[in-house]
Design a protein around this ligand. Sequence first.
Ligand SMILES: *Cc1c(COP(=O)(O)O)cnc(C)c1O
Length: 225
Amino acid sequence: MSIVENINSVQKEVPSHVKLVAVSKTKPNEAIEEAYRVGQRVFGENKPQELTQKWNDLPKDIEWHMIGHLQTNKVKYIAPFVSLIHSVDSPKLLAVIDKEAAKNGRVIDCLFQMHIAEEETKFGFDYADLSEFLESGALADLRNVRMVGVMGMATFTDNREQVSSEFRHLKEIFEKIKQQYFAKDAHFKEISMGMSDDYPLAIAEGSTIVRVGSAIFGGRVYSSK
Ligand SMILES: *Cc1c(COP(=O)(O)O)cnc(C)c1O
């Protein structure tokens, strides 16, 4: 299957109210251009340097999303152009994004990454940490970030029941946070969940953004440089 065929078949599963982020990490510019030629404009990357390089090289009407763990010292590279940061996993990172956005005269849209999987290794806020942060009122001082929702990754497992229930849990967290802290904020509306193996399950549980890589671009080969 070609990238174009893959995109077409993924698109068929994604309703028009759900945004498809084509995850192009490790893939060359030519692969992105192929997707671009059939109308794909939203791409996701997980490494700031790679993201910045691709932003430099490729058409300027592409919307670039940062989806991977972000170190505070790397925020400066992507702050001039990034459209949405999915992976805000600490108040400290959010404060740095705010500072770098201000330097660029921008307001950067962000999602709170929530820890919903069983695995210990996945980054993200627990509900308790996030509500503590939101109760503190510190967000009001961060004028150059705009929180637009939440992101999460399910456990890597064949157990579809478990994956669905983790997505359902993220949706519940979103509703609770929305009601308590963003009730009057129409921008707080996104739930980024669903990858190649589980995006139909995520959509069934209320996802508004899916992040699909290998189902579009094929498997990834990581070099060891
Ligand atoms: C790589 C990645 C994806 C896409 O994964 P696929 O299984 O290739 O679709 C989605 N979200 C995040 C955070 C990723 O790092």
